[in-house]
Design a protein around this ligand. Structure first.
Ligand code: FES
Length: 115
């Protein structure tokens, strides 16, 4: 099971640890279940309000994740990904550290989510 650590610099004392029980849950769903105030609006990968930074908690190599076209478009509009980044991530099968919480399905790895 994946351990998800939610952290926000404004709530330093409120780091929350959550466990993803299945491989169908998005970061946003887990955040809501644990009453973690990750910003969101559309919940459909359109508005970009749920952007989060996702990194490894233990310096392990992260799993590759496929970004949908919709997510790539929004992350580019937010200035989080350049075309060069997208090509590099795709070529090396690497995960993006910037994700939309409503789009990223948590897989079997421990991650730190900064919101
Ligand atoms: Fe709108 Fe995630 S809530 S993109």
């Amino acid at each position: 099971m994946a351990l998800v650590t939610f952290s926000n610099p404004e709530y330093k004392d409120k780091t929350v640890y959550a466990v993803a029980g299945s491989h169908t849950e998005t970061i946003l769903k887990i955040a809501k279940e644990n009453k973690i105030p990750v910003h969101h609006d559309c919940q459909d990968g359109e508005c970009g309000s749920c952007v989060v930074r996702v990194t490894s908690v233990d310096d392990k190599q992260r799993m590759g994740y496929h970004l949908t076209d919709k997510e790539i478009t929004v992350l580019r509009q937010l200035g989080k990904l350049s075309q060069e980044d997208i090509e590099r991530l795709s070529l090396d099968d690497m995960p993006s550290e910037w994700r939309l919480a409503c789009q990223m399905i948590v897989r079997d790895e421990d991650i730190l989510v900064e919101y």
